[in-house]
Design a protein around this ligand. Structure first.
Ligand SMILES: Cc1cc2nc3c(=O)[nH]c(=O)nc-3n(C[C@H](O)[C@H](O)[C@H](O)COP(=O)(O)OP(=O)(O)OC[C@H]3O[C@@H](n4cnc5c(N)ncnc54)[C@H](O)[C@@H]3O)c2cc1C
Length: 478
């Protein structure tokens, strides 16, 4: 029996788990997929927004503004890449200049101090490659970029180190509430809990509607992106937005924490929550829209494309509350953008809520907020590299030549708490396969290492989901 069961191991579920692991509680995080951060958390713009976009008075505004400044210390504790690069929202005409002024006023109302409207003349000194047709911009120096799946993995690892159980491949199929207890039917058996925290992303409506009569609906809103090679990495140094519309924040051009360039997303309401296709038509729309901000985007350096699904709730705000008719069920739903930016504040808000419902929780004396440092070969100086290889020669074997990832880093990613067990799990943690060849060369080597370290047959190693088999059999016996 658990005190708390968290459904969903995306950024929201893992953040809440880590925050709750400060207390003497028996906690499980369930996810139907076979790794953390495999849904929306792995496919978004990776921006830590400042909080001028959300309507004043909404949870989105409040939790975004609270969340943004928390990232420096959390990323330090968890050894996760995070950079405050700043952002520019561009205006191209007088009407959009009015929108910028509205955004500025909204930002001030939301409590921001460090935002500015800048004139056309200042733009090129802030970002040399901006289009000549930009008429002005809203400049927000505190905007940041992060590795979202890297953060979720780190949070899961730290939560597990602090006693949380991570139950992957565990899909919730039904929930009953009898007396004070929930009985959660899953593909891995029945799990009992006193509280359920529903962090199931685009499926949060499904989880709520299993047990509550107060139904709500989450619409998946699809967004598609290009990823450009690192050789295009100096195209922009800041996050370049266009003026937002009611469908979202528009098409962006931005650097990633690892030095690539991201271009996207578009915005399209769809029905199918499994539909992660990228399409020629929508990517062409992204391409044309982005070139309004930056004319010389080298799309010939595009190395991959991807899609993410926003979890859009009918009322437009985050739903973070205890269900009215099912006490002990806490919904954390409709967490579309700025959900990543707000995630540390969402976690604290939810923990406060559940503490109030329960009448407090006893704190652990031995909570450890730090995770073991990750050895990143590419970031070390020559002397440190030599020392590392001397101590462990596996750090001297390069497996991914595009990203310069060593065998030692891959082995470490596999054996950490909440470690990698799939090809993409390794890729999300330490990046082999993220480079120009997209795993063309390193994938077979990574599979061999996974099979060896997990003591599995290589035929069992999957790309990502349980069904994503890579090898089907041996073609040539030696
Ligand atoms: C295109 C796009 C761009 C975005 N850009 C930004 C941005 O730049 N900045 C920002 O702040 N926010 C951004 N967001 C929003 C941000 O990505 C989300 O708010 C955040 O990732 C939501 O995380 P989550 O944990 O709620 O959901 P998810 O990451 O989707 O996690 C939900 C988990 O629940 C699991 N689950 C579902 N059903 C079940 C079940 N029945 N049983 C067990 N497990 C289940 C899923 O497998 C999944 O792992 C963007 C979103 C999109 C789509």
């Amino acid at each position: 029996m658990y005190d708390v069961v968290i459904v969903g191991a995306g950024i929201i579920g893992t953040f809440i788990a880590r925050e709750l692991s400060r207390y003497k509680l028996k906690i499980a995080v369930l996810d139907k997929l076979n790794d953390v951060a495999c849904a929306t958390t792995k496919a978004n713009s990776a921006i830590i927004h400042c909080g001028y976009d959300a309507k004043p008075g909404t949870l989105k505004a409040k939790l975004n503004v609270l969340g943004n400044p928390m990232f420096d210390s959390i990323c330090e504790e968890l050894d996760v890449h995070f950079k405050r690069v700043g952002s520019l929202v561009l205006a191209f005409n007088d009407e959009e200049m009015n929108t910028l002024n509205e955004l500025y006023q909204r930002g001030i109302q939301n409590g921001l101090k460090n935002i500015y409207v800048v004139e056309k003349e200042q733009l090129k000194s802030l970002e040399p490659n901006l289009s000549d047709s930009a008429a002005g911009a809203l400049y927000a120096p505190d905007c940041g970029i992060i590795g979202p799946f890297e953060l979720a993995v780190a949070l899961a690892e730290n939560a597990v180190e602090n006693g949380v159980e991570l139950l992957l491949n565990t899909e919730v199929s039904a929930i009953e509430k009898n007396d004070e207890l929930f009985k959660v039917q899953t593909t891995a058996g029945v799990i009992k809990a006193r509280y359920i925290i529903n962090c199931a992303g685009v499926h949060a409506d499904h989880i709520n509607n299993m047990v509550s009569k107060e139904w709500f609906k989450i619409t998946p809103r699809r967004g598609q992106y290009f990823v450009l090679d690192k050789s295009a990495g100096d195209l922009v140094s800041k996050v370049i937005f266009q003026c937002p519309t009611k469908m979202g924040k528009g098409v962006l051009v931005l650097p990633t924490v690892h030095g690539n360039i991201l271009v996207g997303p578009d915005s399209e309401d769809i029905e199918d929550k499994q539909n992660l296709e990228t399409t020629m038509e929508r990517l062409e729309h992204v391409r044309t829209a982005a070139m309004k901000s930056i004319q010389n985007i080298p799309f010939d350096k595009s190395i991959t494309s991807f899609t993410g699904l926003r979890a859009s709730a009918e009322k437009g705000d985050f739903i973070i509350e205890e269900s009215n008719d099912v006490k002990g069920l806490i919904n954390v739903a409709g967490i579309e953008s700025p959900g990543l930016s707000a995630s540390p504040a969402i976690a604290q808000y939810v923990v406060q809520l559940i503490k109030e419902i329960n009448g407090g929780f006893a704190e652990k004396e031995d909570f450890n907020p730090h995770r073991k440092k990750v050895m990143r070969f590419i970031e070390l100086g020559d002397k440190e590299k030599a020392e590392l290889i001397k101590n462990d020669p596996s750090y001297g074997r390069i497996i991914c030549r595009c990203e310069l990832i060593t065998e030692g880093e891959i082995v470490d990613a596999i054996h950490r708490k909440a470690g990698a067990a799939t090809l993409d799990g390794v890729k999300r943690r330490v990046r082999p396969g993220m480079g120009r060849c997209q795993g063309g060369f390193c994938s077979p080597r990574v599979m061999e290492i996974l099979a060896r370290e997990l003591n599995k047959d290589i035929l069992e190693i999957v790309k990502d989901s349980r069904a994503s088999k890579i090898l089907t059999g041996i073609t040539k016996e030696q």
